[in-house]
Design a protein around this ligand. Sequence first.
Ligand SMILES: [Zn+2]
Length: 147
Amino acid sequence: MTMRDTDRALVQAATAVAKLRCRSDNHTVAAAARTVDGRVFTGVNVYHFTGGPCAEVVAVGAAATQGAGELETIVAVGDRGRGVIPPCGRCRQVLLDYFPSIRVIVGPADALRAVPVAELLPTEYVWADHQIDAGVGIPAPREGTAG
Ligand SMILES: [Zn+2]
């Protein structure tokens, strides 16, 4: 898929945050996400050995904090001039479950492209399907039991 002007602007936004905010081992990747109505939200990873979130997840949370709706496109950029980096497996799953039609910008600097997240996760596991199939969800409280 070809890059739109708004995609290039999103890469620039993530690159700017990476340069400005990723200056320690705690924060090494910046992400920028755009909503369908054109708002852009950014975030940096929160590295911690207990499993701190990736920049993409932080950007998703920042967007949710501001009441953003559907995210249309997302990109992550590494510190120290590493450029665009692809999302890890966990982020691919999160993005697919939250925004099934989101586009993810990947590829080398001279050949960036925006691809549907499903393309990055072939034969994907669909969490929502599992929820329906298994009949799980918020369990109904049982009478006479605590918690
Ligand atoms: Zn990740």
